[in-house]
Design a protein around this ligand. Structure first.
Ligand code: FAD
Length: 288
């Protein structure tokens, strides 16, 4: 049943300092409201417990792209539509663009934000594996100042993150990848579109003189948090992609992940599909 709307309050601060001041004045009292695509689902279902919202949609400081030789940074309010439209993201971060294009439908892509996807901390979210594989960092802002956190350390447990109640996620920074890296993103759901992931896989690698010079592998929807698969990466790093190396990587991944059983899928299915997708990626990498 839909929530009783007059029970909720929303304020729209005119500037970022005003927003941070409100968050810092009474930590936990105000909750940020960005695109609202996660929050409105809870409202419609009558399950939106928090009552006081801070509308951050109009804060210009949380928008826009900054490009340097070393990295690209995106405001937390960047929508999926904006991600897909950006020429540098399309050229250098194709997995993030693919994740954006496979997130919800057009309405969600126009309104849903990357920052909201990260802070909402759903283990089934589609951008986190790409962000992990791209070694993203996130900027957390509060009246106490700014801190950059490697995205790999952002999630502490199911829906639990390093963020403090007075902090806003301000920007996402992506180191620019090597030009000839291979990128492989795969979302597996019940349908090809408009489905929540059963597993979500993102990997990038670079081959130099037949050897794997760099490899990063991440999986979503298989654990309470999105995972970087460091042990599987380790067994591949510096190796030639012989059949025996691929078999060894599959064996290590099968021990590294302990998939979850939930309403969307079973742990056996998730394990099998994760291994299939890794094998597919490694075979494509070899032929590239
Ligand atoms: C029909 C539908 C389909 C969807 N499909 C997908 C899908 O395929 N894949 C997928 O991953 N997700 C999907 N989603 C979920 C959702 O669209 C995304 O998670 C989206 O990115 C959330 O962003 P938002 O700006 O709307 O967040 P909001 O709903 O505004 O906020 C979500 C949470 O993040 C917090 N928050 C938001 N921004 C900030 C910030 N800058 N700083 C601090 N806290 C912040 C809010 O307080 C809230 O807790 C879908 C949702 C719907 C309704």
């Amino acid at each position: 049943m839909r929530a009783y709307i007059p029970a909720y309050r929303m304020v729209s601060p005119a500037s970022l300092p005003d927003a941070l001041g409100l968050l810092g004045g009474e930590p936990g009292f105000w909750q940020p409201f960005a695109g609202g695509t996660d929050l409105m689902v809870l409202l419609e279902a009558g399950k939106l417990m928090h009552k006081n919202y801070l509308n951050i949609w109009n804060l210009a400081e949380l928008r826009g792209f900054e490009v340097s030789d070393k990295d690209v940074s995106l405001g937390a309010l960047t929508t999926y539509t904006e991600v897909q439209a950006h020429p540098i993201l399309r050229a250098e971060f194709p997995m993030l663009c693919q994740a954006a294009s496979e997130t919800g439908g057009l309405a969600i892509q126009n309104r849903g934000t990357l920052g909201g996807n990260i802070v909402n901390a759903s283990p089934a979210a589609d951008s986190p594996p790409a962000l992990l594989a791209y070694n993203a960092e996130v900027e957390l802002l509060s009246v106490r100042g700014s801190r950059w956190v490697p995205y790999e350390t952002f999630h502490l447990g199911y829906k639990e993150t390093v963020m403090q109640p007075d902090e806003l996620l301000a920007r996402i920074r992506l180191p620019r990848p090597w030009p000839d890296a291979v990128h492989y993103y795969r979302k597996v759901g019940t349908r090809k579109a408009q489905a929540i992931s059963k597993i979500c896989f993102a990997a990038t690698a670079r081959i130099n003189e037949g050897m794997i010079e760099m490899i990063r592998i991440a999986l979503g929807s298989i654990a309470p948090v999105p995972l970087r698969c460091g042990k599987t990466e380790e067994v591949l790093q510096g190796k030639r992609l012989e059949d025996s190396t691929i078999a060894q990587a599959l064996e290590v991944l099968s021990r590294e992940i302990v998939p979850i059983d939930d309403i969307r899928s079973t742990k056996d299915y998730r394990l099998k599909v994760s291994l299939n997708v890794l094998e597919n990626f490694l075979r494509q990498l070899r032929s590239a």
